[in-house]
Design a binder for this molecule. Sequence first.
Ligand code: SF4
Length: 227
Amino acid sequence: MGYELGDEILGRLRGTFQLSSGEFVALSARRDGDPFRVLVAVIISQNTSERNAFEAFGRLSSSVGLTPEAILKAGVDAVREAIRPAGLQDSKSAAIVEAARLTLEKYGGDLRRLLELGEEAVRRELTAVRGIGYKTVDVLLASFGYPVLPVDTHVRRVARRLGLSRSSSYLGIRRDLERVFRPEVRFEAHLLLIKLGREVCKAREPRCAGCPLSDLCAYYRAQLRAA
Ligand code: SF4
């Protein structure tokens, strides 16, 4: 299968939505080019709104700092308190401290050294940390140019409604989407599908009448047939 459908979807989404780093904490954290900051941002953003993630990330930055050294020096209690607005602070703070320890002890405090070892090394090393799963690693990889398409809750819902995937597993949906979107656009596709999910293809009431993808959508076609 070629990438024609993915190109068509991406073209329409680009024409509909603007991407801004102020809407995604991981994008905002990436501006400094330090993958450790992005990793911390993505851990914080698990299972919470972007607004809460921005607040927690800002609090951690100002009260503790965003380097592995600062995080280890402050300790898990200080990290937990700082990121409380994002929820799940017990497990997230433990993951952040463990990631800081790994970064400092094995990579001299610079997570770029791990990124340079390639996708498989990053996956192996980081998924061994409790609280860091496939999606967190995929957002980190995609943020630094690796051709992966991270699947969050919006991407999952939109992919299944559009009929791009029938899988219910993370890896299955990612595999199906990576067959649709070319390697070089996968991070952008991830972000634009999130925008579509947040603003149009909402969980409870998708706004199909105003959706730029309605004529391509399996869910919409089924709704029309049932009407
Ligand atoms: S047509 Fe409706 S269900 Fe399909 S992607 Fe658009 S909003 Fe979602």
